[in-house]
Design a binder for this molecule. Structure first.
Ligand code: FAD
Length: 563
Protein backbone atom coordinates (compact mmCIF):
# COMPACT_ATOMS: atom_id res chain seq x y z
CA UNK A 1 0.00 0.00 0.00
CA UNK A 2 1.15 3.47 -0.65
CA UNK A 3 1.92 5.65 2.21
CA UNK A 4 -0.60 7.69 4.04
CA UNK A 5 -0.98 11.32 4.45
CA UNK A 6 -3.64 13.77 5.18
CA UNK A 7 -3.92 17.30 4.00
CA UNK A 8 -3.45 18.94 0.66
CA UNK A 9 -0.25 20.80 1.08
CA UNK A 10 0.49 24.06 -0.59
CA UNK A 11 4.07 24.65 -1.42
CA UNK A 12 4.74 27.39 -3.88
CA UNK A 13 7.99 26.90 -5.76
CA UNK A 14 9.86 30.11 -6.25
CA UNK A 15 12.45 30.78 -8.90
CA UNK A 16 15.68 32.61 -8.38
CA UNK A 17 19.18 33.23 -9.57
CA UNK A 18 22.44 32.41 -7.89
CA UNK A 19 22.88 32.80 -4.18
CA UNK A 20 25.88 34.44 -2.68
CA UNK A 21 26.77 31.78 -0.20
CA UNK A 22 29.08 32.32 2.70
CA UNK A 23 29.99 30.36 5.74
CA UNK A 24 29.78 31.98 9.12
CA UNK A 25 33.11 32.75 10.62
CA UNK A 26 32.33 31.58 14.12
CA UNK A 27 35.14 31.24 16.59
CA UNK A 28 34.86 28.33 18.88
CA UNK A 29 35.73 28.23 22.53
CA UNK A 30 34.19 28.37 25.95
CA UNK A 31 32.79 31.89 25.70
CA UNK A 32 29.74 32.98 23.77
CA UNK A 33 30.87 34.52 20.49
CA UNK A 34 29.12 37.58 19.22
CA UNK A 35 28.83 37.59 15.45
CA UNK A 36 29.76 40.78 13.62
CA UNK A 37 26.90 42.97 12.51
CA UNK A 38 25.85 42.80 8.88
CA UNK A 39 28.43 45.47 8.02
CA UNK A 40 26.37 47.06 5.27
CA UNK A 41 23.06 48.80 5.06
CA UNK A 42 21.27 45.55 4.32
CA UNK A 43 18.78 44.65 7.00
CA UNK A 44 19.56 41.37 8.70
CA UNK A 45 16.67 38.90 8.80
CA UNK A 46 17.18 35.89 11.05
CA UNK A 47 14.97 32.88 10.31
CA UNK A 48 14.62 30.27 13.06
CA UNK A 49 13.61 26.87 11.67
CA UNK A 50 13.77 24.98 8.37
CA UNK A 51 10.35 23.33 8.53
CA UNK A 52 7.28 24.11 6.44
CA UNK A 53 6.95 27.74 7.49
CA UNK A 54 10.64 28.69 7.42
CA UNK A 55 11.34 26.94 4.12
CA UNK A 56 8.29 28.41 2.43
CA UNK A 57 9.45 31.87 3.56
CA UNK A 58 12.96 31.25 2.19
CA UNK A 59 11.74 29.82 -1.10
CA UNK A 60 9.47 32.73 -1.78
CA UNK A 61 11.81 35.52 -0.69
CA UNK A 62 13.08 37.29 -3.80
CA UNK A 63 14.25 40.64 -2.49
CA UNK A 64 18.07 40.78 -2.56
CA UNK A 65 18.21 43.74 -0.20
CA UNK A 66 18.22 41.55 2.93
CA UNK A 67 20.99 39.66 4.62
CA UNK A 68 19.33 36.36 5.57
CA UNK A 69 20.62 34.07 8.29
CA UNK A 70 18.91 30.76 8.85
CA UNK A 71 19.39 28.95 12.13
CA UNK A 72 18.02 25.46 12.68
CA UNK A 73 19.28 22.24 14.27
CA UNK A 74 18.09 20.43 11.12
CA UNK A 75 20.01 21.14 7.91
CA UNK A 76 17.16 19.82 5.79
CA UNK A 77 13.50 20.29 5.07
CA UNK A 78 11.31 17.24 5.80
CA UNK A 79 8.06 16.51 3.99
CA UNK A 80 6.19 15.53 7.17
CA UNK A 81 2.99 14.24 5.49
CA UNK A 82 4.99 11.24 4.29
CA UNK A 83 6.49 10.39 7.69
CA UNK A 84 3.87 7.70 8.43
CA UNK A 85 5.00 6.03 5.18
CA UNK A 86 8.60 6.15 6.36
CA UNK A 87 7.72 4.23 9.55
CA UNK A 88 7.07 1.05 7.55
CA UNK A 89 9.36 1.60 4.57
CA UNK A 90 6.68 2.44 1.99
CA UNK A 91 8.88 5.46 1.35
CA UNK A 92 12.54 5.75 2.37
CA UNK A 93 13.63 8.46 4.83
CA UNK A 94 16.03 10.07 2.36
CA UNK A 95 13.24 10.45 -0.19
CA UNK A 96 11.32 12.90 1.98
CA UNK A 97 14.14 15.27 2.91
CA UNK A 98 15.95 17.97 0.97
CA UNK A 99 19.06 19.79 2.25
CA UNK A 100 18.17 23.38 3.06
CA UNK A 101 21.35 24.55 1.30
CA UNK A 102 20.00 23.01 -1.92
CA UNK A 103 16.73 24.83 -1.50
CA UNK A 104 18.22 28.29 -0.96
CA UNK A 105 21.24 28.06 -3.22
CA UNK A 106 19.37 29.06 -6.36
CA UNK A 107 18.25 32.35 -4.93
CA UNK A 108 19.63 35.74 -5.72
CA UNK A 109 19.28 36.52 -2.04
CA UNK A 110 22.22 36.33 0.34
CA UNK A 111 21.44 33.36 2.61
CA UNK A 112 23.66 31.85 5.31
CA UNK A 113 22.68 28.70 7.15
CA UNK A 114 23.97 27.68 10.58
CA UNK A 115 23.24 24.30 12.11
CA UNK A 116 22.38 25.32 15.64
CA UNK A 117 19.41 25.69 17.93
CA UNK A 118 18.26 28.96 19.38
CA UNK A 119 17.96 28.68 23.16
CA UNK A 120 17.05 32.27 23.95
CA UNK A 121 15.47 35.19 22.14
CA UNK A 122 16.37 38.57 23.61
CA UNK A 123 13.65 40.76 22.13
CA UNK A 124 14.80 43.90 23.97
CA UNK A 125 18.33 43.89 22.55
CA UNK A 126 17.39 42.16 19.27
CA UNK A 127 19.74 39.23 19.87
CA UNK A 128 19.44 35.50 19.37
CA UNK A 129 21.42 33.11 21.57
CA UNK A 130 22.35 29.89 19.80
CA UNK A 131 24.02 26.60 20.55
CA UNK A 132 25.74 24.52 17.87
CA UNK A 133 24.13 21.16 17.13
CA UNK A 134 27.56 19.54 16.90
CA UNK A 135 29.00 17.64 19.86
CA UNK A 136 30.99 20.66 21.10
CA UNK A 137 27.75 22.62 21.67
CA UNK A 138 29.54 25.92 21.06
CA UNK A 139 27.47 28.99 21.69
CA UNK A 140 27.14 32.22 19.74
CA UNK A 141 24.96 35.31 19.54
CA UNK A 142 23.38 36.80 16.43
CA UNK A 143 21.90 40.28 16.03
CA UNK A 144 18.84 40.81 13.91
CA UNK A 145 16.82 43.63 12.43
CA UNK A 146 13.87 41.33 11.73
CA UNK A 147 13.29 37.95 13.29
CA UNK A 148 11.14 35.21 11.74
CA UNK A 149 10.28 32.57 14.34
CA UNK A 150 9.29 29.31 12.63
CA UNK A 151 10.42 26.77 15.20
CA UNK A 152 7.37 24.51 15.09
CA UNK A 153 6.18 22.80 18.24
CA UNK A 154 7.04 19.90 20.49
CA UNK A 155 5.04 16.76 21.24
CA UNK A 156 2.38 17.17 23.91
CA UNK A 157 2.47 14.37 26.47
CA UNK A 158 -0.03 16.09 28.80
CA UNK A 159 2.49 15.19 31.53
CA UNK A 160 1.31 11.60 31.41
CA UNK A 161 3.76 9.55 33.49
CA UNK A 162 6.04 7.23 31.55
CA UNK A 163 5.28 8.55 28.06
CA UNK A 164 8.63 10.20 27.49
CA UNK A 165 10.58 7.14 28.62
CA UNK A 166 8.54 4.43 26.92
CA UNK A 167 6.65 5.74 23.89
CA UNK A 168 7.78 6.55 20.38
CA UNK A 169 6.82 9.89 18.89
CA UNK A 170 6.13 10.51 15.23
CA UNK A 171 7.31 14.05 14.69
CA UNK A 172 10.75 13.92 13.08
CA UNK A 173 12.38 11.76 10.42
CA UNK A 174 14.50 10.09 13.13
CA UNK A 175 11.31 9.12 14.98
CA UNK A 176 9.96 7.42 11.86
CA UNK A 177 13.23 5.54 11.37
CA UNK A 178 13.22 4.39 14.99
CA UNK A 179 9.65 3.14 14.68
CA UNK A 180 10.56 1.18 11.55
CA UNK A 181 13.41 -0.58 13.36
CA UNK A 182 11.30 -1.26 16.45
CA UNK A 183 8.46 -2.88 14.45
CA UNK A 184 10.91 -5.33 12.89
CA UNK A 185 12.59 -5.86 16.30
CA UNK A 186 9.23 -6.87 17.74
CA UNK A 187 8.65 -9.44 14.99
CA UNK A 188 12.16 -10.88 15.34
CA UNK A 189 11.82 -11.03 19.11
CA UNK A 190 8.44 -12.75 18.94
CA UNK A 191 9.95 -15.36 16.59
CA UNK A 192 12.59 -16.44 19.11
CA UNK A 193 12.11 -20.00 20.36
CA UNK A 194 12.34 -19.30 24.08
CA UNK A 195 9.38 -16.90 24.41
CA UNK A 196 6.09 -17.94 25.99
CA UNK A 197 2.87 -17.49 23.99
CA UNK A 198 1.77 -14.65 26.29
CA UNK A 199 5.07 -12.87 25.91
CA UNK A 200 4.88 -13.22 22.12
CA UNK A 201 1.41 -11.70 22.18
CA UNK A 202 2.65 -8.80 24.29
CA UNK A 203 5.59 -8.12 22.02
CA UNK A 204 3.30 -8.07 18.98
CA UNK A 205 0.75 -5.74 20.56
CA UNK A 206 1.17 -2.34 18.89
CA UNK A 207 -0.59 0.57 20.55
CA UNK A 208 -1.21 3.90 18.85
CA UNK A 209 -2.32 6.71 21.18
CA UNK A 210 -4.30 9.48 19.48
CA UNK A 211 -7.00 9.16 16.82
CA UNK A 212 -6.06 12.31 14.91
CA UNK A 213 -4.84 12.19 11.31
CA UNK A 214 -1.27 11.16 12.20
CA UNK A 215 -2.29 8.34 14.58
CA UNK A 216 -4.88 7.04 12.12
CA UNK A 217 -2.46 7.15 9.20
CA UNK A 218 0.20 5.35 11.15
CA UNK A 219 -2.22 2.62 12.36
CA UNK A 220 -3.40 2.08 8.78
CA UNK A 221 0.17 1.96 7.41
CA UNK A 222 1.21 -0.51 10.10
CA UNK A 223 -1.81 -2.69 9.35
CA UNK A 224 -0.91 -2.75 5.63
CA UNK A 225 2.74 -3.54 6.38
CA UNK A 226 1.75 -6.45 8.61
CA UNK A 227 -0.97 -7.86 6.37
CA UNK A 228 0.82 -7.38 3.02
CA UNK A 229 4.46 -8.07 3.88
CA UNK A 230 5.21 -9.34 7.38
CA UNK A 231 2.67 -12.19 7.51
CA UNK A 232 4.56 -13.82 4.64
CA UNK A 233 7.91 -13.48 6.39
CA UNK A 234 6.80 -14.38 9.92
CA UNK A 235 4.04 -17.00 9.35
CA UNK A 236 4.50 -18.58 12.79
CA UNK A 237 3.51 -15.43 14.69
CA UNK A 238 1.12 -13.78 12.26
CA UNK A 239 -2.01 -14.64 14.25
CA UNK A 240 -0.64 -13.03 17.41
CA UNK A 241 -0.33 -9.51 16.00
CA UNK A 242 -2.73 -6.89 17.35
CA UNK A 243 -2.98 -3.17 16.60
CA UNK A 244 -4.91 -1.00 19.07
CA UNK A 245 -5.83 2.63 18.50
CA UNK A 246 -6.74 4.63 21.60
CA UNK A 247 -8.69 7.88 21.37
CA UNK A 248 -9.94 9.93 24.32
CA UNK A 249 -12.97 11.45 22.55
CA UNK A 250 -15.89 9.46 21.14
CA UNK A 251 -14.62 9.34 17.55
CA UNK A 252 -11.43 9.30 15.55
CA UNK A 253 -10.67 11.97 12.90
CA UNK A 254 -12.81 14.54 14.68
CA UNK A 255 -11.84 17.37 12.39
CA UNK A 256 -13.21 15.56 9.35
CA UNK A 257 -16.71 15.29 7.97
CA UNK A 258 -18.90 12.78 9.83
CA UNK A 259 -19.08 10.54 6.74
CA UNK A 260 -15.30 10.16 6.75
CA UNK A 261 -15.17 9.44 10.48
CA UNK A 262 -17.82 6.75 10.16
CA UNK A 263 -16.16 5.18 7.11
CA UNK A 264 -12.77 5.15 8.85
CA UNK A 265 -14.17 3.57 12.02
CA UNK A 266 -16.00 0.88 10.05
CA UNK A 267 -12.97 0.13 7.93
CA UNK A 268 -10.76 -0.24 10.99
CA UNK A 269 -13.28 -2.66 12.52
CA UNK A 270 -13.25 -4.72 9.31
CA UNK A 271 -9.43 -4.68 9.26
CA UNK A 272 -9.31 -5.98 12.83
CA UNK A 273 -7.74 -2.81 14.25
CA UNK A 274 -8.93 -2.61 17.83
CA UNK A 275 -10.45 0.85 18.17
CA UNK A 276 -10.93 2.06 21.74
CA UNK A 277 -12.64 5.45 21.90
CA UNK A 278 -13.57 7.38 25.03
CA UNK A 279 -10.45 6.05 26.78
CA UNK A 280 -7.47 8.05 27.89
CA UNK A 281 -3.99 6.87 28.80
CA UNK A 282 -3.12 7.60 32.44
CA UNK A 283 0.26 5.90 32.74
CA UNK A 284 2.79 4.07 30.62
CA UNK A 285 5.30 1.63 32.08
CA UNK A 286 7.93 -0.41 30.27
CA UNK A 287 5.53 -3.18 29.31
CA UNK A 288 2.03 -1.92 30.09
CA UNK A 289 -0.23 0.99 29.26
CA UNK A 290 -2.89 1.96 31.82
CA UNK A 291 -6.06 3.48 30.41
CA UNK A 292 -9.16 4.98 31.96
CA UNK A 293 -12.66 4.89 30.45
CA UNK A 294 -13.66 8.53 30.64
CA UNK A 295 -17.37 7.98 31.33
CA UNK A 296 -17.05 5.29 34.02
CA UNK A 297 -13.57 5.92 35.40
CA UNK A 298 -12.77 2.24 35.00
CA UNK A 299 -9.02 1.62 34.75
CA UNK A 300 -7.46 -1.26 32.78
CA UNK A 301 -4.04 -2.18 31.40
CA UNK A 302 -2.79 -3.23 27.98
CA UNK A 303 0.50 -5.14 27.79
CA UNK A 304 2.38 -3.84 24.72
CA UNK A 305 5.46 -4.31 22.60
CA UNK A 306 5.58 -0.90 20.97
CA UNK A 307 3.58 2.29 21.62
CA UNK A 308 3.40 5.39 19.43
CA UNK A 309 2.24 8.60 21.07
CA UNK A 310 0.51 11.03 18.74
CA UNK A 311 -1.82 13.28 20.69
CA UNK A 312 -0.99 16.76 19.47
CA UNK A 313 1.50 19.53 20.02
CA UNK A 314 2.64 21.98 22.69
CA UNK A 315 4.79 25.12 22.86
CA UNK A 316 8.58 24.75 22.97
CA UNK A 317 10.35 25.95 26.19
CA UNK A 318 12.39 28.60 24.31
CA UNK A 319 9.14 30.14 23.02
CA UNK A 320 7.58 30.00 26.50
CA UNK A 321 10.57 31.94 27.83
CA UNK A 322 10.20 34.47 25.00
CA UNK A 323 6.47 34.83 25.75
CA UNK A 324 7.31 35.74 29.36
CA UNK A 325 9.62 38.53 28.15
CA UNK A 326 6.97 40.12 25.95
CA UNK A 327 4.00 39.94 28.31
CA UNK A 328 2.37 36.81 26.90
CA UNK A 329 3.10 34.63 29.95
CA UNK A 330 -0.57 33.87 30.50
CA UNK A 331 -1.06 32.40 27.03
CA UNK A 332 -0.47 28.83 25.90
CA UNK A 333 0.61 29.67 22.36
CA UNK A 334 2.55 32.64 21.04
CA UNK A 335 0.06 35.20 19.71
CA UNK A 336 0.51 37.25 16.57
CA UNK A 337 -1.67 39.81 14.87
CA UNK A 338 -3.16 39.11 11.46
CA UNK A 339 0.04 40.31 9.80
CA UNK A 340 1.87 37.52 11.64
CA UNK A 341 3.70 40.05 13.81
CA UNK A 342 4.21 38.86 17.37
CA UNK A 343 1.99 40.90 19.69
CA UNK A 344 4.05 43.12 21.97
CA UNK A 345 6.97 43.42 19.50
CA UNK A 346 7.59 45.40 16.34
CA UNK A 347 10.11 43.42 14.31
CA UNK A 348 9.43 39.81 15.19
CA UNK A 349 7.17 37.59 13.11
CA UNK A 350 6.01 34.11 14.03
CA UNK A 351 4.43 31.52 11.79
CA UNK A 352 3.53 27.86 11.54
CA UNK A 353 2.91 25.57 14.50
CA UNK A 354 4.73 27.81 17.01
CA UNK A 355 2.19 30.65 16.82
CA UNK A 356 -1.47 31.46 16.53
CA UNK A 357 -3.31 34.52 15.31
CA UNK A 358 -4.86 36.22 18.31
CA UNK A 359 -8.40 35.00 18.77
CA UNK A 360 -9.56 38.21 20.38
CA UNK A 361 -8.82 39.98 17.11
CA UNK A 362 -10.88 37.45 15.18
CA UNK A 363 -13.88 37.91 17.49
CA UNK A 364 -13.57 41.69 17.20
CA UNK A 365 -13.58 41.32 13.44
CA UNK A 366 -16.64 39.11 13.49
CA UNK A 367 -18.46 41.64 15.68
CA UNK A 368 -17.47 44.43 13.30
CA UNK A 369 -18.92 42.55 10.33
CA UNK A 370 -22.25 42.18 12.14
CA UNK A 371 -22.25 45.79 13.19
CA UNK A 372 -21.68 46.84 9.58
CA UNK A 373 -24.50 44.60 8.37
CA UNK A 374 -26.85 46.18 10.93
CA UNK A 375 -27.24 49.35 8.88
CA UNK A 376 -30.05 50.90 10.92
CA UNK A 377 -28.34 50.09 14.22
CA UNK A 378 -31.42 48.28 15.46
CA UNK A 379 -29.51 45.34 16.91
CA UNK A 380 -31.35 43.02 14.55
CA UNK A 381 -30.65 41.71 11.07
CA UNK A 382 -32.99 40.34 8.46
CA UNK A 383 -32.35 36.77 7.45
CA UNK A 384 -30.81 38.00 4.18
CA UNK A 385 -28.48 40.46 5.93
CA UNK A 386 -27.61 37.81 8.44
CA UNK A 387 -26.74 35.29 5.75
CA UNK A 388 -24.60 37.88 3.93
CA UNK A 389 -22.71 38.71 7.12
CA UNK A 390 -22.17 35.02 7.77
CA UNK A 391 -20.86 34.48 4.22
CA UNK A 392 -18.49 37.40 4.71
CA UNK A 393 -17.19 35.88 7.95
CA UNK A 394 -16.75 32.47 6.31
CA UNK A 395 -14.87 34.10 3.42
CA UNK A 396 -12.45 35.83 5.75
CA UNK A 397 -12.16 32.99 8.22
CA UNK A 398 -12.26 29.58 6.56
CA UNK A 399 -11.74 28.07 10.00
CA UNK A 400 -15.19 29.39 11.00
CA UNK A 401 -16.65 27.83 7.87
CA UNK A 402 -14.92 24.54 8.62
CA UNK A 403 -16.16 24.66 12.17
CA UNK A 404 -19.76 25.29 11.14
CA UNK A 405 -19.56 22.46 8.61
CA UNK A 406 -17.93 19.96 10.89
CA UNK A 407 -20.45 20.68 13.61
CA UNK A 408 -23.14 20.33 10.93
CA UNK A 409 -24.24 23.87 11.57
CA UNK A 410 -24.19 24.96 7.94
CA UNK A 411 -27.94 25.49 8.14
CA UNK A 412 -27.40 27.79 11.09
CA UNK A 413 -29.95 30.25 9.76
CA UNK A 414 -32.59 27.52 9.61
CA UNK A 415 -31.74 26.64 13.15
CA UNK A 416 -32.14 30.22 14.32
CA UNK A 417 -35.37 30.81 12.43
CA UNK A 418 -36.94 27.50 13.45
CA UNK A 419 -38.35 28.85 16.69
CA UNK A 420 -40.14 31.70 14.93
CA UNK A 421 -42.96 29.43 13.76
CA UNK A 422 -44.74 29.92 10.45
CA UNK A 423 -43.65 33.49 9.81
CA UNK A 424 -42.17 33.96 6.32
CA UNK A 425 -38.39 33.64 6.58
CA UNK A 426 -37.65 36.94 4.81
CA UNK A 427 -39.54 38.96 7.39
CA UNK A 428 -37.88 37.39 10.40
CA UNK A 429 -35.40 39.57 12.25
CA UNK A 430 -32.55 37.97 14.08
CA UNK A 431 -30.89 39.31 17.16
CA UNK A 432 -27.26 40.18 16.54
CA UNK A 433 -26.23 39.95 20.19
CA UNK A 434 -27.72 36.51 20.54
CA UNK A 435 -25.78 35.25 17.59
CA UNK A 436 -22.53 36.90 18.65
CA UNK A 437 -22.72 35.37 22.08
CA UNK A 438 -23.51 31.98 20.53
CA UNK A 439 -20.43 32.32 18.35
CA UNK A 440 -18.20 33.36 21.22
CA UNK A 441 -19.29 30.34 23.21
CA UNK A 442 -18.25 27.81 20.64
CA UNK A 443 -14.90 26.31 21.39
CA UNK A 444 -11.60 27.79 20.38
CA UNK A 445 -11.24 25.30 17.55
CA UNK A 446 -13.47 27.61 15.58
CA UNK A 447 -11.07 30.50 15.84
CA UNK A 448 -7.72 28.76 15.67
CA UNK A 449 -6.19 27.79 12.39
CA UNK A 450 -5.26 24.12 12.33
CA UNK A 451 -1.57 23.31 12.98
CA UNK A 452 -0.88 21.98 9.50
CA UNK A 453 1.74 22.21 6.80
CA UNK A 454 -0.88 23.88 4.63
CA UNK A 455 -1.23 26.80 7.05
CA UNK A 456 2.53 27.02 7.72
CA UNK A 457 3.42 27.08 4.01
CA UNK A 458 0.82 29.73 3.20
CA UNK A 459 2.04 31.89 6.08
CA UNK A 460 5.65 31.53 4.91
CA UNK A 461 4.83 32.63 1.39
CA UNK A 462 2.60 35.49 2.65
CA UNK A 463 5.39 36.85 4.85
CA UNK A 464 7.98 36.51 2.07
CA UNK A 465 5.67 38.53 -0.14
CA UNK A 466 5.47 41.27 2.51
CA UNK A 467 9.29 41.33 2.76
CA UNK A 468 9.59 41.38 -1.04
CA UNK A 469 7.45 44.50 -1.19
CA UNK A 470 8.47 46.21 2.02
CA UNK A 471 11.08 48.47 0.42
CA UNK A 472 8.85 49.44 -2.47
CA UNK A 473 6.08 50.35 -0.05
CA UNK A 474 8.42 52.48 2.05
CA UNK A 475 9.64 54.35 -1.04
CA UNK A 476 6.14 54.90 -2.41
CA UNK A 477 3.97 55.50 0.60
CA UNK A 478 1.16 56.77 -1.60
CA UNK A 479 0.81 53.43 -3.39
CA UNK A 480 -2.27 51.25 -3.25
CA UNK A 481 -1.78 50.19 0.34
CA UNK A 482 -5.17 49.06 1.36
CA UNK A 483 -4.56 48.81 5.07
CA UNK A 484 -2.41 51.86 5.47
CA UNK A 485 -5.11 53.67 7.37
CA UNK A 486 -4.85 51.21 10.23
CA UNK A 487 -1.45 52.75 10.94
CA UNK A 488 -0.13 49.36 11.95
CA UNK A 489 1.01 47.69 8.80
CA UNK A 490 1.22 48.34 5.14
CA UNK A 491 0.01 45.01 3.86
CA UNK A 492 -3.19 43.06 3.65
CA UNK A 493 -3.65 40.80 6.66
CA UNK A 494 -2.91 37.10 6.21
CA UNK A 495 -5.86 35.10 4.93
CA UNK A 496 -5.77 31.33 4.99
CA UNK A 497 -7.15 29.49 1.97
CA UNK A 498 -8.23 26.00 2.89
CA UNK A 499 -7.62 23.62 -0.01
CA UNK A 500 -9.01 20.50 1.58
CA UNK A 501 -7.63 17.54 3.46
CA UNK A 502 -6.94 13.85 2.97
CA UNK A 503 -7.40 10.94 5.36
CA UNK A 504 -5.68 7.89 3.88
CA UNK A 505 -7.03 4.77 5.55
CA UNK A 506 -4.90 1.95 4.19
CA UNK A 507 -5.62 -0.75 1.60
CA UNK A 508 -5.54 1.83 -1.20
CA UNK A 509 -8.49 3.67 0.32
CA UNK A 510 -8.28 7.38 0.99
CA UNK A 511 -10.91 9.86 2.11
CA UNK A 512 -10.72 13.35 0.68
CA UNK A 513 -12.60 16.37 1.99
CA UNK A 514 -12.29 19.21 -0.46
CA UNK A 515 -13.65 22.77 -0.34
CA UNK A 516 -17.34 23.05 -1.06
CA UNK A 517 -18.11 20.15 1.27
CA UNK A 518 -17.07 17.67 -1.39
CA UNK A 519 -16.29 14.29 0.12
CA UNK A 520 -14.85 11.35 -1.77
CA UNK A 521 -13.75 8.04 -0.31
CA UNK A 522 -12.06 5.14 -2.04
CA UNK A 523 -9.47 4.24 -4.59
CA UNK A 524 -9.99 7.25 -6.83
CA UNK A 525 -9.12 9.53 -3.90
CA UNK A 526 -6.05 7.41 -3.33
CA UNK A 527 -4.87 8.25 -6.86
CA UNK A 528 -5.67 11.89 -6.25
CA UNK A 529 -3.57 11.64 -3.11
CA UNK A 530 -0.63 10.15 -5.06
CA UNK A 531 -0.83 12.97 -7.61
CA UNK A 532 -1.08 15.76 -5.07
CA UNK A 533 1.74 14.48 -2.90
CA UNK A 534 4.01 13.84 -5.87
CA UNK A 535 3.36 17.32 -7.21
CA UNK A 536 3.90 19.01 -3.86
CA UNK A 537 7.41 17.62 -3.34
CA UNK A 538 9.94 20.33 -2.67
CA UNK A 539 12.34 19.32 -5.48
CA UNK A 540 12.51 17.13 -8.59
CA UNK A 541 15.00 14.95 -6.72
CA UNK A 542 12.59 14.10 -3.88
CA UNK A 543 9.69 13.84 -6.33
CA UNK A 544 11.46 11.17 -8.37
CA UNK A 545 12.64 9.35 -5.23
CA UNK A 546 9.14 9.26 -3.72
CA UNK A 547 7.51 8.06 -6.94
CA UNK A 548 10.16 5.38 -7.45
CA UNK A 549 9.67 4.25 -3.83
CA UNK A 550 5.95 3.82 -4.52
CA UNK A 551 6.67 1.84 -7.67
CA UNK A 552 9.26 -0.30 -5.85
CA UNK A 553 6.74 -1.02 -3.13
CA UNK A 554 4.11 -2.08 -5.68
CA UNK A 555 6.50 -4.49 -7.35
CA UNK A 556 8.63 -5.86 -4.50
CA UNK A 557 6.71 -4.99 -1.32
CA UNK A 558 8.32 -3.22 1.65
CA UNK A 559 11.79 -4.03 2.88
CA UNK A 560 11.87 -5.56 6.36
CA UNK A 561 15.66 -5.51 6.97
CA UNK A 562 16.68 -4.18 10.33
CA UNK A 563 18.88 -1.29 9.20
P1 FAD B 1 8.16 22.33 11.58
O1 FAD B 1 7.89 21.85 10.20
O2 FAD B 1 8.06 21.36 12.70
O3 FAD B 1 9.59 22.99 11.59
C1 FAD B 1 10.18 23.52 12.73
C2 FAD B 1 11.63 23.83 12.43
O4 FAD B 1 12.20 24.52 13.54
C3 FAD B 1 12.47 22.60 12.21
O5 FAD B 1 13.37 22.83 11.16
C4 FAD B 1 13.22 22.45 13.51
O6 FAD B 1 14.45 21.78 13.36
C5 FAD B 1 13.43 23.91 13.87
N1 FAD B 1 13.70 24.16 15.28
C6 FAD B 1 13.24 23.49 16.34
N2 FAD B 1 13.73 24.01 17.48
C7 FAD B 1 14.52 25.04 17.11
C8 FAD B 1 15.33 25.96 17.83
N3 FAD B 1 15.41 25.93 19.15
N4 FAD B 1 16.02 26.88 17.13
C9 FAD B 1 15.97 26.93 15.79
N5 FAD B 1 15.22 26.08 15.07
C10 FAD B 1 14.50 25.14 15.71
N6 FAD B 1 0.23 18.80 7.88
C11 FAD B 1 -0.46 18.83 6.75
O7 FAD B 1 -0.90 19.90 6.33
N7 FAD B 1 -0.72 17.69 6.06
C12 FAD B 1 -0.27 16.48 6.44
O8 FAD B 1 -0.53 15.50 5.81
C13 FAD B 1 0.48 16.42 7.63
N8 FAD B 1 0.94 15.24 8.07
C14 FAD B 1 1.76 15.22 9.16
C15 FAD B 1 2.30 14.00 9.55
C16 FAD B 1 3.15 13.95 10.64
C17 FAD B 1 3.74 12.65 11.05
C18 FAD B 1 3.45 15.14 11.35
C19 FAD B 1 4.38 15.10 12.54
C20 FAD B 1 2.88 16.33 10.99
C21 FAD B 1 2.03 16.39 9.89
N9 FAD B 1 1.46 17.59 9.48
C22 FAD B 1 0.72 17.62 8.33
C23 FAD B 1 1.65 18.82 10.26
C24 FAD B 1 2.81 19.63 9.69
O9 FAD B 1 3.96 18.85 9.58
C25 FAD B 1 3.11 20.81 10.61
O10 FAD B 1 1.95 21.56 10.78
C26 FAD B 1 4.20 21.65 10.00
O11 FAD B 1 5.40 20.92 9.99
C27 FAD B 1 4.41 22.96 10.76
O12 FAD B 1 5.43 23.65 10.15
P2 FAD B 1 6.44 24.55 11.01
O13 FAD B 1 7.38 25.14 10.03
O14 FAD B 1 5.68 25.43 11.90
O15 FAD B 1 7.18 23.51 11.96
Amino acid sequence: NPSLSRFLVVFAVSGGGLVAYSEANIQTGGKIDELPEAGNEKKRVVVLGTGWAGTSFLKNLKNPSYDIQVISPRNYFAFTPLLPSVTVGTVEARSVVEPIRNIVKKKNVNVDYWEAECYRIDAKNKKIYCRSSQDDKDEFVVDYDYLVVAMGARVNTFNTPGVEENCHYLKEVEDAQKIRRTVIDCFEKASLPNLSEDEKKRVLQFVVVGGGPTGVEFAAELHDFVSEDLVKLYPSVKDLVKITLLEATDHILNMFDKRITTFAEEKFHRDGIDLKTGEMVVKVSEKEISTKVIKTGEVSTIPYGMAVWSTGIATRPVIMDFMKQIGQANRRVLATDEWLRVEGTNSIYALGDCATINQRKVMEDISAIFQKADKDNSGTLTVKEFQEALDDICDRYPQVQLYLKNKQMSSLVDLLTESKGDVAKESIELNVEEFKSALSQVDSQMKNLPATAQVAAQQGSYLADCFNRMEECTKNPEGPLRFRESGRHRFRPFRYKHLGQFAPLGGEQTAAQLPGDWVSIGQSSQWLWYSVYASKQVSWRTRSLVVSDWVRRFIFGRDSSQI
